[in-house]
Write a protein that binds this ligand. Sequence first.
Ligand SMILES: Nc1ncnc2c1ncn2[C@@H]1O[C@H](COP(=O)(O)OP(=O)(O)OP(=O)(O)O)[C@@H](O)[C@H]1O
Ligand SMILES: [Mg+2]
Length: 448
Amino acid sequence: MLWAECGIQSLLLIERLTLVCFVFQGVTEVLCEACEQLGWKEPTKIQKEALPVGLEGRDIIGLAETGSGKTGAFAIPILQALLENPQRLFALVLTPTRELAFQISEQFEALGSSIGVKSAVIVGGIDMMSQSLALAKKPHIVIATPGRLIDHLENTKGFNLRAIKYLVMDEADRILNMDFETEVDKILKVIPRDRKTYLFSATMTKKVQKLQRVALKDPVKCAVSTKYQTVEKLQQYYVFIPSKFKDCYLVYILNELAGNSFIIFCSTCNNTQRTALLLRNLGFTAIPLHGQMNQHKRLGALNKFKAKNRSILLATDVASRGLDIPHVDVVINFDIPTHSKDYIHRVGRTARAGRSGKSVTFVTQYDVELFQRIEHLIGKKLPAFQTEEDEVMVLAERVTEAQRFARMQLRELGDKRKRPHEEVEDDSEQSLGIRNKVSGGRMRRKGR
Ligand SMILES: Nc1ncnc2c1ncn2[C@@H]1O[C@H](COP(=O)(O)OP(=O)(O)OP(=O)(O)O)[C@@H](O)[C@H]1O
Ligand SMILES: [Mg+2]
């Protein structure tokens, strides 16, 4: 009831001047009810910090750990402002990845369901025409990846963002990174300077120049953590292993932690696909998600994993930021991230919203320096994940066989891609059958 009582409580408690009475002040009843319906009993720390500032109409730089409810922290003040001054094309939210855009849209629609909020997702890999139609209906909130938004701003007749009141950059440090520089500059030129701006992330750029580009007006920094923190309930480990035995160790760890749900990060699309095939050949229910898959397959893969039809999601950094899948128990960095900040986001796919989780980072003879940088960034030394070398090596023969099949399957996929008229099965679900050829299927150690 705390959300709903916020206004009333603040009046009753005003004498005591508790922090609580002020932070709850101001969120309207209908939005409080929406929060309650989502099972949110009280605001999270970042929401307590950011909501009053947002409701006051100030710009925000919001910095808080992964899974701490930053989406709600920026969505609630926007929805409340929208309620007070209803207007179409009211807010623009920029995100670095397509899947995250869909997720943010779902959150806006869930929080705004009783007030009839309409949002449109404008991302690459999807037919422009259907998006143009969605934009023609003038949604309240546009959630977009920068490149596709530019396409529409330049080519879709009648669409502009000249009246928007709010700009949000979720994963702001990523959006303000060089990769998106041209697009973001173009977008900033065609939206009003007189607007509210929110930047949110679990890691923020310290470069003032980058922030100045966004033309924040006297922003309030709402920072729940002072340094780059990983979540308290996350148990983080590393394994130091020879590069050539990575696959064996992966299979060993998946067997050790059997029954859990995993996200495994790889550095390239090719290795993501290869590792998914390898694991499938050994009988694991694994599915890949990477940038070389078409958008339909990407969303399909994510949905299968979300629905628990697959227990292992193999992904590139396309899945490292923002995705909220509560049932993820373990994150494995099969390839170590080259940018240390990505580590924080990757491991943040587990242990969200107060839950616990595990992460294991593979460190080979080539990765020592990168690993030390990660430990330096998060300010702690990680313990080693205990492994039994003899037991790992028992797996070698079958893993080698599965690797051989995976290479063949990859070659077949490559050939199909060269013949574009044929439908390419990006996730190669049909190759499941091959596991019968790899003796034993899913591997368990003897005596288990
Ligand atoms: N007040 C609340 N009470 C309980 N759960 C909440 C509350 N606010 C948000 N959540 C839930 O917490 C989870 C994480 O929220 P969210 O995705 O916004 O985190 P985040 O801080 O943006 O993380 P990331 O840095 O990974 O993007 C979601 O499942 C969301 O529904
Ligand atoms: Mg987020």
